[in-house]
Write a protein that binds this ligand. Structure first.
Ligand SMILES: Cc1ncc(COP(=O)(O)O)c(C=O)c1O
Length: 432
């Protein structure tokens, strides 16, 4: 298959659906471009007018195994014939139980699992768990972070003030710390010193504003997603973890976007050589079926039956899809994410030399960000134009952060398919 655009975009059928949507759908929905999917196969999506697109966004980093993967379809069908839902919060059942065992196994044991349906629910559960267990009120997170949109998770989210506008008061006790962005460093730091500057700021915060013994947890994305696909400087996360340990502060790794193999390891934190006290997985875990998993260290399991629950979390069909996804990740997709990701990163860095408006190319595995502008100047206008032109040429991308775009394809992407995407990007950058 190849990208193929044969109507103006949006085509007539897409246009009709978009108009119907305008009449009934919530005005809070964003539409980055007028794409109306009809069906998918592998890494390609066809719209309602028969245009074919190469998918470098995977439903916002969700569709690990692409579209209509036969192994996922088979697992889903088999489980749907047995039962879809009985309620895992009340009744133990397969395949959800063995999924919990499998996820704990990936951490080498010593953790427990709570299942939800979405990233924000996983984060909400993490907030409740760390407060309940420590009895401490404060929570820390980074500026630029995205942790979800329910009111607790939204209190941690700090990627765009528009997400928070009109919803205050949010959860009290949440304090944000500048993210150590190596491309555009905060706190007047030089790029090579930004990690140190942020840790010093944190110590300053502990001396002046936030008593560290009252902080329950630090919420961290191992690679900041919505904030711009930003990789923290080497060594920063282990140093942060050591500092937090000195004060008995828990580390919560929000792996909703970075987890489930996207970076080439199952957990992105594995690149850093540290373990978190709590992990949250969602997006890529079940290849598009709604599922999140909160994994927490055995010692934190002090909450009692009824302290937290949910009707749908751990639903059996989603759990079956997650098993199939894990099978495929273990059978080679993580390795593929590493290899094809390295190829894309190499080629994009070569493009950077030809197109100086590409200020930064960064990422791990198939979680790659391209930042437009320079260290001093963000160019969201160029980024937005690039996303729009790519769409018109048959490549689906998404923005991330103030001036970056993200490349987050299904992990089944082959090198020759990656090359098709690069060819379109080359044409887009020429046109810019
Ligand atoms: C890192 C991170 N955490 C949490 C969330 C919230 O997940 P959901 O949209 O499934 O509620 C997202 C979603 O983009 C995310 O990227």
């Amino acid at each position: 298959m190849k990208p193929r655009i044969h109507t103006p975009l949006p085509g007539p059928k897409a246009q009709a659906l978009l108009e119907r949507g305008q009449a009934v759908l919530s005005t809070s929905y964003i539409r980055p471009y007028p794409f109306v999917p009809a069906r998918g196969q592998g890494v390609f999506l066809e719209d309602v007018d028969g245009n074919v697109f190469l998918d470098f966004m995977a439903g916002i980093a969700v569709n690990t195994t692409g579209y209509a993967h036969p192994r996922v379809l088979e697992a889903v069908r088999a489980q749907a014939e047995r039962f879809a839902h009985v309620c895992f919060s009340d009744f133990t059942h397969e395949p959800t139980l063995s999924l919990a065992e499998r996820l704990v196994g990936r951490l080498g044991g010593g953790y427990r699992v709570f299942f939800g349906n979405s990233g924000t629910e996983g984060i909400e559960a993490a907030i409740k768990l760390v407060r309940h267990h420590t009895g401490r009120p404060y929570l820390l997170a980074f500026t630029g972070a995205f942790h979800g949109r329910s009111l607790g998770a939204l209190s941690l989210t700090a990627s765009k003030s528009a997400y928070r506008k009109g919803f205050s008061p949010l959860l009290p006790g949440v304090v944000h710390v500048p993210f150590p962005n190596p491309f555009r460093p905060p706190l007047g730091a030089r790029p090579e010193e930004v990690g140190k500057a942020v840790l010093e700021y944190l110590e300053h915060l502990f001396r002046t504003v936030v008593p560290p013994e009252e902080v329950a947890a630090f919420f961290l994305e191992p690679i900041q997603g919505e904030g711009g696909y930003l990789v923290p400087p080497p060594g920063f996360i282990p140093e942060l973890k050591a500092l937090l340990e000195r004060y008995g502060i828990l580390l919560v790794a929000d792996e909703v976007q970075s987890g489930a193999g996207r970076t080439g390891h199952f957990f992105a934190l594995e690149h850093e050589g540290v373990k978190a006290d709590v992990y949250v997985l969602a997006k890529g875990l079940a290849s598009g079926y709604p599922l999140s998993a909160l994994l927490f260290r055995e010692e934190l399991a002090s909450w009692r039956p009824g302290a937290h629950g949910t009707t749908f979390g751990g639903q059996a069909v989603a759990a079956a899809a997650a098993h199939a996804t894990l099978d495929l990740l273990e059978a080679g997709l993580m390795e593929n994410a590493r290899q094809v990701g390295a190829y894309l990163l190499r080629e994009l860095k070569a493009m950077q030399a030809r197109f100086p408006f590409l200020g930064d190319v960064r990422g791990r595995g198939l979680m790659i960000g391209l930042d437009f502008g320079t260290q001093e100047e963000e160019r969201p206008d160029l980024r937005d134009k690039a996303v729009e032109l790519a769409f018109k040429k048959g490549l689906l991308l998404l923005p991330a952060g103030p001036s970056a775009l993200r490349i987050a394809p299904p992990l089944i992407l082959k090198e020759e398919e990656a090359a098709m995407g690069l060819e379109i990007l080359e044409a887009v950058f020429q046109a810019l």
